[in-house]
Write a protein that binds this ligand. Structure first.
Ligand code: AMP
Length: 287
């Protein structure tokens, strides 16, 4: 059975009575198969002698004004059932005051210029909020290893810097897990449940644009041109508003002329913002 913990005191007591390495998966709930892949990856990291803990916390500090904080889906009973089915030992689902007590100063972290790029350019302050809560929850849960999805690729790149920014996390390992997709190709996301049936079909051009850019780069089309074609394809698709289609290095620097890289896409369908990305191999311009 999965133990459900709501307070820091309950968490403390659980930490004190468990042994072995601890794998932690941080989520905002409304769990789907992508989250389950993270739980399985965490179990693979710690083995049967270790423990896996999932946090469910919709962090207010990473939402901007007018974003979907209040309407973000909250489905704790279903989430716990999914965790139980995935063999998770404990769920920590704290109230906001447990994470940010009024009488305690919570350290914030400067994640550097990458935090103001792409998602950070569209959602100012988002990654400061993300790094703050990630550090906070990993410290509270005393994580030895934590698994993050490549679905939020920029987030993964930034949280990997935390062991350098927060000495208390110097020993914590960060593991990336590939994107889990639904049968129709759309990347799994808690926000997919906002989509109407029509929007869901319209949204399928997002993973298609990832594939398109991948194929162009593999065929020797330069990254900048592949980006333009991908953006053009998405922006002429009905119901879709493009935020960005970019090709970057694997660490989100400028795209290499040739070699492994990443394509990242953000677009809105109706009022729902969706992200996607994937690995690509830039073949380089043919002589
Ligand atoms: P969220 O609950 O959306 O904040 O996501 C919690 C964690 O699950 C993050 O590390 C996400 O990157 C990861 N995640 C969300 N969707 C997927 C997916 N489709 N495939 C893999 N990981 C995912």
């Amino acid at each position: 059975m999965t133990v459900v913990l709501h307070t820091r005191a309950e968490l403390r007591a659980w930490l004190d009575r468990t042994r072995g390495p601890r794998g932690v998966v941080l989520t905002m709930g409304a769990l789907h198969d992508g989250h389950v892949a993270l739980m399985r990856a965490a179990r693979a990291e710690v083995g049967d002698a270790g423990t896996v803990l999932v946090t469910v916390f919709v962090n207010p500090t990473q939402f901007g004004p007018g974003e979907d904080f209040t309407r973000y889906p909250r489905t704790l009973d279903d989430d716990v059932a999914r965790c139980t089915a995935a063999g998770v030992d404990a769920v920590f689902a704290p109230d906001v005051h447990e994470v940010y007590p009024e009488d305690e100063e919570v350290p914030t972290y400067d994640p550097g210029p990458l935090a103001d790029d792409l998602e950070g350019a569209i959602r100012p302050g988002h990654f400061v909020g993300v790094l703050t809560v990630v550090a906070r929850l990993l410290r509270l849960t005393e994580a030895d290893v934590t698994c993050f999805g490549e679905k939020d690729y920029q987030q993964l790149a930034l949280v990997r810097r935390l062991p350098e920014l927060e000495p208390a996390l110097a020993q914590c390992r960060f593991v990336g897990v590939p994107i889990v997709r639904d049968a129709d190709g759309l990347a799994g996301s808690s926000r997919n449940r906002y989509l109407t049936a029509e929007e869901r079909v319209q949204a399928l051009v997002i993973p298609e644009s990832v594939r398109l850019v991948r194929e162009l780069c593999a065929d020797g089309i330069p990254a900048a041109q592949a980006e333009r074609v991908g953006r053009g394809f998405l922006s002429t698709s009905p119901g879709v508003t493009v935020d960005y289609v970019v090709v970057r290095s694997e660490t989100l620097g400028p795209a290499p002329v040739a070699g492994p890289a990443r394509v990242l896409v953000a677009a809105r369908v109706g009022t729902t913002r969706l992200l996607d990305n994937g690995p690509i191999e830039i073949r380089g311009v043919r002589p």
